[in-house]
Ligand binder design. Structure first.
Ligand code: RB5
Length: 149
């Protein structure tokens, strides 16, 4: 495990079961997990949940965030509107590792209707186990931050 041991989770209605599976997986690995829900299967709105997890990370209440919706795309877009958030959608473990190693992503998004549970857990592990490499990648991440103004 890296020093990034506090992880916040949120999803919309399309990803409740997978989010809860990921929460249990991370807790079993020793991470401190904050699950912002929802737990009800009623239809809800992914921007609300993406923003909630992103603000949690941006405020320093968690080190990393993992958000989920049907595709992972909408909730990722919402999370990235919060200043200081770098969130990427991943369907494979290589991308999940690289968004941390090169992009210093602080949030991961997964599409529950895109990847199965086994792949999703491998993506989560690749993301939380990777570390930012810094150096020239730091220069580029700083350039992303500068766009925020
Ligand atoms: C909800 O039906 C669906 O639109 C949402 O989960 C997500 O896929 C949006 O990006």
């Amino acid at each position: 495990m890296t020093a990034s041991n506090r992880i916040v989770l949120s999803s919309d209605h399309a990803a409740i079961a997978l989010r809860q599976t990921i929460a249990k997986h991370l807790e079993a690995r020793g991470f401190s997990v904050t699950d912002l829900g929802p737990s009800s299967p009623e239809s809800t709105h992914y921007p609300t949940h993406g923003e909630a997890a992103a603000r949690h990370v941006a405020a320093g209440e968690s080190d990393l965030g993992i958000v989920l919706c049907g595709t992972g795309q909408g909730i990722m877009m919402a999370a990235n509107k919060v200043k200081g958030i770098r969130c990427g959608v991943c369907c494979d473990t290589f991308s999940a590792q690289m968004i941390r190693a090169h992009n210093n992503a602080n949030m991961l998004s997964i599409g529950a209707r895109v990847v199965g549970e086994g792949v999703a857990l491998e993506i989560v592990d690749a993301f939380v186990d990777a570390e930012f490499e810094g150096g020239r990648h730091g220069t580029r991440v700083d350039m992303i931050t500068a766009i925020e103004g």
